[in-house]
Design a protein around this ligand. Structure first.
Ligand code: UDP
Length: 384
């Protein structure tokens, strides 16, 4: 059997391991430096309260991809869950994403959808024809007041940069709705795994011929022992950071335990710049089918990711993109390595996209194998 190495036991690595392992044709070693699988999706029960914790921050599964939705059901039962986020700004609470209730409450109006749309168009800055930055995108479509209340402070805290320096694409993740739909996501499917994400990843990895090595780092030279390496670690680390470190934001969580219900909602965002945390998540509300007397909350703080910190959000500004380009060039010279996932391709990826791409990588690998071809370094263009 051909030996395969998979670096990283997050969703990318676990899906590829599962798909290759179940063919029965490969002997697969999965390596992860951490003491647990599932990467930043890791969930575990809090010893004191029994609450299921999203250890690296809130992860809500949502997708419009039928194939991915069906695939994940194979590993756990998905419980009904709709993410409804609230936002605190200047001493008041509103509904997110910006919707008709947000607009009416914020401006003290009773607009219907048509009126609200016309109103936002009237307060939007029409002189900005094709918004390039986050700030221009916001000023164009929601106007100065909503931008300053909900987006400006939050974004400065989250990215450590002014929204005028950030690309419009980040804001495009959030819709503006002219109805009372307060579902944070527009995806067709949404849910929370009954037993948590770590359980799913463990099940994926519980496949014949798949061996998991935790707390084990993978050195580039170890690749010689394998027919192919799937690498989901940071792409710059693979090359010893020779083109400089790619910038990330990291998160710190300050956990608190309380009795009862702390905030009455899974996630509340804080738009004011002078409130140091970006959001507070209350984890028992991620499992609304469970009952717990006590509660655990995480106050979430964002900052620049230093060498020994856990990387979360790739910064991807002009400087990082040019570094990334150099790393892509180096990666393409590798013979038997494919770079996958959030860290391997240095992209801001949701779980469902990670899973869809990992399935595609596994399929392409097997198709290449069938005709004696080599899988390229990237199945998805990291700059695309
Ligand atoms: N954002 C914001 N205010 C909010 C929530 C989000 O300005 O209350 C901006 C912020 O820049 C953030 C981006 O929108 O990085 C995407 O938000 P999302 O909630 O998708 O981020 P995630 O949950 O992935 O951290």
């Amino acid at each position: 059997m051909k030996k395969i190495a998979i670096v990283g036991a997050g969703f990318s690595g676990a899906v590829i391991a599962h798909e290759l392992g179940r063919t029965g044709n490969y002997d697969i070693d999965v390596f992860d430096t951490r003491a647990h699988v599932a990467g930043n999706c890791h969930t575990e029960r809090d010893a004191e309260t029994e609450v299921m914790l999203h250890v690296y921050g809130p992860h809500i599964f949502h997708t419009s991809n039928e194939k991915v939705w069906k695939y994940v059901q194979g590993f756990d039962e998905f419980m009904p869950f709709t993410n409804r986020v609230k936002a605190v700004t200047k001493g008041r609470v509103f509904s997110l994403p910006v919707n008709l209730l947000t607009i009416n409450q914020f401006f003290g109006k009773t607009f219907n959808p048509r009126e609200a749309e016309a109103f936002l168009a009237s307060i939007g800055d029409k002189s900005i024809e094709s918004p390039q930055t986050f700030e221009e995108q916001a000023l164009r479509f929601v106007g100065k007041e909503l931008y300053e209340a909900f987006f400006k402070g939050y974004t400065i805290k989250q990215w450590g940069m002014h929204p005028s320096e950030l690309p419009a694409s980040i804001l495009k993740r959030l819709p503006v709705r002219f109805n009372y739909d307060d579902n944070y996501y527009a995806s067709k499917y949404q849910g929370m795994p009954r037993h948590g994400y770590t359980h799913i990843v463990e099940k994926m990895l519980d496949t014949p011929n798949v061996k998991v090595h935790l707390q084990t780092s993978f050195d580039r030279s170890m690749g010689e022992d394998y027919a192919h390496v799937f690498y989901s670690g940071p792409i710059d680390a693979w090359f010893g950071h020779c083109e400089g470190r790619l910038g990330y934001r990291t998160l710190d969580f300050a956990a608190e335990r309380h009795h009862g219900d702390y905030q009455g909602n899974p996630v509340i965002n804080y738009g004011d710049e002078d409130v140091p945390w970006t959001r507070i998540s209350e984890h028992k509300h991620f499992s609304p089918w469970e009952t717990h007397e006590k509660t655990v909350i995480f106050k979430e703080y964002s900052r620049y990711c230093e060498e020994t910190d856990t990387p979360y959000y790739p910064i991807r500004m002009a400087k990082e993109k040019s570094q990334l380009k150099n790393y892509i060039g180096l990666a393409q010279d590798e013979k038997n390595v494919s770079f996958v996932g959030r860290l391997g391709t240095y992209r801001y990826l949701d779980m469902h996209v990670t899973i869809a791409e990992a399935l595609e990588v596994a399929e392409k690998f097997l198709a290449c194998e069938a005709i004696g071809d080599r899988l390229p370094a990237f199945v998805v263009d990291p700059l695309g």
